[in-house]
Design a protein around this ligand. Structure first.
Ligand SMILES: NC(=O)c1ccc[n+]([C@@H]2O[C@H](COP(=O)([O-])OP(=O)(O)OC[C@H]3O[C@@H](n4cnc5c(N)ncnc54)[C@H](O)[C@@H]3O)[C@@H](O)[C@H]2O)c1
Length: 347
């Protein structure tokens, strides 16, 4: 069985999706759509796709398209994903799932109604160290968990183009790269419900005249923090900066009464550290053999194809991304009001 693939949005990340599909004998790219038709045409020629369109609705009308990758900027994830699900196609959508909770909720509802797969391309879900940490937490090795931390300090990482504009990206550093650590920690914790958030979102360097981007176009945050109360009495501290005058550091840490996990995917030191014990007998523990996995986008694309072909559920269901959008929405609102805000579930 070979499934027909449509790729919507032919920018930077679409190339990694195409690579993933082209590595598989059970998938073939049949169509590409981009609002710039010449981009769709060039990509289709590169990937051996028969069709190129300037409007994704034409791609969705093709019977031979079984599944799509949505590789557009964040504000344009929802409309094509919902239309694709309504047209009976499986959907893989780039991270973050959506620019707002309202959009994310529409996508989740469309997936539930269609019975088709909605998978978020969140490559960190397949990181072997994260899978090992999740296994340890699920086995109860940390005891009662009371604190979690999701931090990404990029030293100099402000992007340009559609990433720095509110109308295309919907958010800045927090949504673009903060979503990696935030989703990882929520996933490690088993997706506890967020109850309240107190946050700040700011831009410190966005309007600097000495960057590589156009400061006149900069309308998102480049720095943000949040203190989130999660159900079960867990406190989460979340922060991300595209640029801060610290050494580059990405870390996820979870503390329980019976031990802790610390993940630093890009170092320094071990990527995963597990400790077990009580106050007086705490010791480093062996996390055991790492499960198979990879943080490359083509690997996640392969998981999507396998799930479709084998009739399995979505490897990264849209439902599990709603809480990241709820936290982003609450964080921005809290920052505007200058106080903690409650988080209400949609629907
Ligand atoms: N997983 C990763 O490693 C990774 C890396 C980079 C970006 N991303 C994500 O991928 C998405 C796209 O990022 P990018 O770097 O490829 O951006 P990009 O700006 O290079 O490409 C986006 C493309 O989508 C097209 N587009 C916009 N609206 C469209 C629509 N309605 N129909 C068809 N095409 C449309 C644009 O014309 C553009 O070609 C973002 O959500 C981003 O967060 C993920």
């Amino acid at each position: 069985m070979s499934i027909g693939i449509g790729i919507i949005g032919a920018g930077g990340i679409s190339q990694a999706h195409a690579k993933g599909y082209m590595q598989r004998p059970d998938a073939r790219i049949v169509a590409v759509a981009d609002i710039f038709p010449e981009k769709a045409k060039a990509a289709a020629a590169n990937w051996g796709a028969k069709h190129a369109f300037g409007d994704y609705r034409e791609l969705l009308a093709l019977k031979e398209v079984d599944a799509v990758s949505v590789c557009t900027f964040n504000q344009a994830h929802c409309a094509p994903a919902v239309a694709a699900l309504e047209a009976g196609k499986h959907v893989m959508v780039e991270k973050p799932m959506a620019a707002t909770t309202a959009q994310a909720w529409q996508m989740v509802q469309a997936a539930r109604k269609s019975g088709k797969l909605l998978m978020v391309e969140m490559k960190w879900r397949f990181m072997p160290e994260i899978l090992a940490a999740r296994r340890a937490i699920q086995q109860g090795e940390l005891g009662r968990i009371y604190y979690a931390e999701a931090i990404g300090w990029q030293h100099r990482g402000i992007p340009g183009g559609t990433f720095i504009q509110q109308q295309t990206a919907g958010g800045g550093a927090l949504m673009d790269n903060g979503v990696y650590t935030l989703d990882a920690v929520l996933n490690l914790l088993g997706h506890p419900r967020p109850l309240t958030v107190s946050g700040t979102a700011d831009n410190t360097f966005g309007h600097s005249p000495d960057g590589k981007w156009d400061p006149a176009e900069f309308s998102v945050e480049d720095f943000g923090t949040a203190y989130v109360r999660l159900e079960g009495g867990i406190t989460l501290f979340f922060a991300h900066a595209w640029a801060i005058d610290f050494d580059e550091q990405w870390q996820m840490r979870i503390a329980g009464q019976g031990g802790s996990v610390e993940l630093r995917p890009f170092g320094p030191g071990p990527k995963l550290r597990l400790r077990r014990g009580g106050y007086g007998d705490l010791q480093d523990a062996d996390p055991g053999p790492l499960p198979p996995g990879s943080i490359e986008v083509p690997y996640a694309v392969g998981q999507f194809v396998e799930a479709i072909v084998q009739g399995r559920p979505s490897p990264v269901p849209g439902d599990t991304f709603l809480y990241t959008n709820l936290i982003f929405d609450g964080l921005y609102e809290s920052s505007r009001w200058g106080r903690e805000v409650p988080i209400s579930l949609p629907g």
